[in-house]
Design a protein around this ligand. Structure first.
Ligand code: CP
Length: 308
């Protein structure tokens, strides 16, 4: 069973093959209407369950479109509509869904929920975001960087703001793809020490820098994300904003990075909070390529999981 649960649970060579396949698949259908089928229809006859226990725009639409382009069919399920939201166990849900579908993509709160789904499912399970990680996003980010700037290996990536679930997957990717990673934000919002330690063990340079201007020196990519994630309490909003305001990605900060440094944000963004509109809409921003590449990267991830 080939699940896609986290960047650090997938061997580096397989992650590389997924990115290369995503680029090839993107090129192969360039310019075609989005509702047309891929030539080889690799998911023909396959049924895919897309489970969302949290809101989503990009993940929901890109998985749905991706399955359809590859000739498969989708079933969109919300946690509240399913018995899962009314006390049925994850294990029983996994066993039942495995009798109906060939692949499960799940966006949920606790990582343990995803892991239990994978443990009991007889079909592959893909992580569509948990409170802890967001590996599909980071696969799209690596793909996007390489489209614009070539191999990411040896480059410097700076994450400004909250060391959240998306940041955690970026730290994992540093170890797997071999790029340097610097986190800049308040100490209280550092990424988990375990993620940092594991990337360091893989031999990459991972640093935590409180001064955002020092952090971005020599950066090839600067990344921002929302200051209050879906799983953070709204009551922490004001405190977080006060802690994170010095880490806003604005033109002054981008000017301190390399002149050709890219800017990324996984979206949705709170414009003029974590990043200014000037940066988001500026010449070095690739945020909409990043969003598009969710589609191509996830198509390659689904093919990897299904072996088709
Ligand atoms: N970046 C991302 O996962 O977007 P959605 O929450 O809209 O799916």
């Amino acid at each position: 069973m080939t699940h896609f649960l986290d960047i650090n649970k997938t061997p580096a060579a397989e992650l590389r093959a997924i990115i290369d396949n995503a680029r090839a698949m993107k090129d192969a259908r360039a310019g075609r209407p989005k509702g047309t089928l891929d030539d080889d229809c690799p998911l023909a006859g396959h049924m895919v369950a897309l489970i969302f226990e949290k809101p989503s725009t990009r993940t929901r639409v890109s998985f749905d479109v991706g399955v359809r382009q590859m000739g498969g069919q989708t079933m969109l399920l919300s946690g509240t509509d399913m018995q899962l939201g009314h006390g049925e166990t994850i294990a029983d849900t996994a066993r039942v869904l495995s009798r109906y579908v060939d692949l499960i993509m799940m966006r949920t709160f606790e990582e343990d929920t995803l892991l239990e789904m994978a443990e009991y499912a007889d079909v592959p399970v893909i992580n569509g975001l948990t409170n802890r990680t967001h590996p599909c996003q980071i696969m799209a980010d690596v793909m996007t960087f390489e489209e614009h700037r070539g191999p990411i290996k040896g480059k410097k990536v700076v994450w400004a703001g909250d060391g959240n679930n998306v940041c955690a997957s970026m730290v994992q990717a540093a170890g797997r793809f071999g790029f340097d990673f610097t986190f800049t934000g308040p100490q209280i919002l550092d990424p988990e020490a375990g993620f940092v330690g594991e990337a360091r063990k893989a031999g990459v340079n991972v640093s935590l820098e409180r001064d955002p201007f020092k952090a971005v020196e020599g950066a090839d990519l600067v990344v921002a994300d929302t200051w209050v994630s879906m799983h953070d309490s709204q009551s922490s909003r004001e405190r977080r904003h006060n802690q994170l305001r010095p880490y806003q990605v604005n033109s002054a900060l981008m000017e301190a990075a390399n002149s050709d440094a890219l800017f990324m944000h996984c979206l949705p963004a709170h414009r003029d909070e974590e990043a200014t509109s000037e940066v988001m809409d500026g010449p070095n921003s690739v945020i909409f390529d990043e969003a598009e590449n969710r589609l191509h990267a996830q198509k390659a991830i689904m093919r990897y999981c299904l072996g088709v």
